[in-house]
Ligand binder design. Structure first.
Ligand code: GLU
Length: 505
């Protein structure tokens, strides 16, 4: 058989904000598609109208736009296999439900919720399957005429998949290998409901994967229990030859302790679990996103790529292209991946370092302007180059850097106690005079003159510099002193020195 072109899909249900685990699923699909020169399809699985949340689809699309993960076809992207929204494919599913019915692979069931409840009370661990289906009200126990009549009378029904017992169902998983379950444990799943004339997830999922020529189904571990049923559906349709290969990705786990990562973990420990900020349309509750928290999309991608997959080397920093080149789905782990959000912060820091000062300055400049400071981009870039290695997020720059732009209005009490000695005012006055005389006010130009003066006076360099720092910065921290004074320039440096002398005495 000719090699098929690789086609994968990301198929979220628009039930709310996209969880970060969903983003990872999409990322692995993307990497797999690119690695194998295939297509990445975006499908919306919205057959469960009760769970539909307005705005969710737009949110998902915007998330991937921000992350820079491009789909080749799908909802809003077009393509030859559309429509890509399941709610727009009702007629297609009906046809396939009819096929299963005609081939005796499915049957119509009329049992009301009350009748089902009654059975559950009667039979312990009741399951609608080969052992019980002949006791129920369905097209297997009713005559054809009765069945047709009930439908004609408008009675609601569902179509159930007729699963044969006594079979071993094998799912060939690219990560987990051969997963086998016995068909006896499966129930006759509902595939279609007359009430809303819509198929259930299982049927729509399989029909679409088939019609959209999907070759590999890469999805979260929570779908592994459905996989045997999906394999049986492919068989029932006679589509074994083009059945996709499966890969069920490991769960994302809590940063500490056991269990699945939840939004509550994020709230509790202070990290986002959504790519973008999300406002719940029902409750109005706002949840922060990675974007709004100041993460770079590249950092989020790099972080997620390594949650459940490893390249087999020590390399941690990967561009998207490097990830594509390195990605091998068989290197995904079976065991759940701890969501180490500190590592996510570390990645962001690394990307700050890797980005040019100019790029960071362009992000920082609006913050500077919002604080009422009018500075050129060049000056902001100078500050960024001195300070960016100290922060994990651009938003952390302002509190650390504001002194470059705004003179201190007060002096940190503790630092004053420790660093402002009885003779500091006198020494700083002398320093001001020395600096006044410096022609070349660059870092080297000042250093040269000031160090000579300190030595000649027999002062302790540490004491001088500490007081100098306090005068210019207002606290005991910051980059190299002459870097600061060179940036401020002679006039501003002297102004700040005199102000400190006057204030602190
Ligand atoms: N609609 C399912 C979800 O929301 C898709 C599962 C699958 O990829 O088969 O995750």
């Amino acid at each position: 058989m000719a090699e098929r072109r690789v086609r994968v899909r990301f198929a979220p249900s628009p039930t709310g904000a996209l969880h970060i685990g969903g983003v990872r699923t999409a990322l692995y699909n993307y990497l797999f598609a690119r690695r194998h020169g295939g297509d990445f399809v975006f499908r919306i699985e919205d057959t469960d109208s009760l769970r539909f949340v307005p705005g969710a689809e737009e949110y998902i699309i915007e998330s991937f736009r921000w992350l820079g993960l491009k789909f080749d076809e799908g909802v809003t992207f077009g393509g030859e296999h559309g429509p890509y929204r399941q709610s727009e494919r009702r007629e297609i599913y009906k046809e396939y439900v009819e096929k299963l019915l005609a081939n005796d692979k499915a049957y119509i069931a009329f049992d009301t919720p009350e009748e089902l409840e009654c059975k559950r009370n009667e039979i312990p661990n009741f399951q609608y399957d080969a052992r019980t289906r002949m006791q129920m009200r369905n097209s297997l126990t009713l005559s054809k005429e009765e069945t047709d009549q009930l439908i004609e009378d408008g009675e609601q029904y569902v179509v159930r998949f007729k699963i044969d017992p006594g079979e071993e169902v094998h799912v060939n998983d690219m990560i987990r290998g051969d997963v086998m379950i016995k068909s006896d444990i499966l129930d006759d799943k509902v595939l279609y409901k007359s009430a809303d004339e819509l198929p259930t997830y299982h049927l729509a999922n399989i029909v679409d994967d088939h019609l959209m020529e999907i070759t590999h189904v890469i999805r979260g571990e929570e779908w592994l229990p459905s996989a045997p049923l999906h394999v049986l559906l492919y068989r029932a349709f006679g589509w074994e030859a083009t059945m996709p290969q499966f890969a069920h990705l490991p769960l994302l786990l809590k940063p500490e302790g056991k269990g699945k990562l939840s939004k509550r973990d994020g709230d509790r420990l202070g990290f986002p679990v959504f790519p973008l900020e999300w406002k719940d349309p029902k409750t109005g509750e706002i949840s922060t996103g990675f974007r709004e928290s100041g993460y770079f999309p590249e950092a989020v991608i790099n972080f997620l790529a390594l949650l459940g997959w490893n390249p087999g080397t020590d390399q941690e920093l990967f561009s998207l292209d490097e990830l594509v080149a390195a990605f091998d789905i068989t290197r995904c782990s079976k065991a759940g991946a701890k969501f180490d959000f500190q590592k996510g912060i570390w990645f962001n820091h690394e990307y700050i370092l890797r980005k040019s000062d100019d790029e960071i300055a362009r992000l920082f400049a609006p913050i500077v302007a919002n604080n009422g400071v009018d500075e050129t981009l060049e000056r902001v870039t100078q500050v960024v180059s001195m300070m960016k290695d100290r922060v994990n997020f651009v938003k952390e720059l302002w509190p650390l850097c504001s002194f470059f732009f705004i003179p201190p209005t007060e002096y940190d009490e503790k630092t004053v106690k420790k660093r402002w000695k009885p003779d500091s005012a006198k020494v700083m006055s002398e320093l001001a005079e020395v600096l006044e005389s410096v022609q070349d006010f660059t870092v080297e130009g000042q250093e040269h003159v000031v160090l000579a003066w300190v030595e000649q006076q027999g002062y302790k360099l540490g004491d001088v510099m500490n007081a100098f720092r306090l005068a210019l910065v207002g606290i005991g921290k910051g980059p190299g002193m002459f870097d600061i004074s060179a940036f401020l320039g002679k006039e501003e440096t002297l102004k700040r020195l005199h102000k400190a002398i006057d204030t602190l005495k």
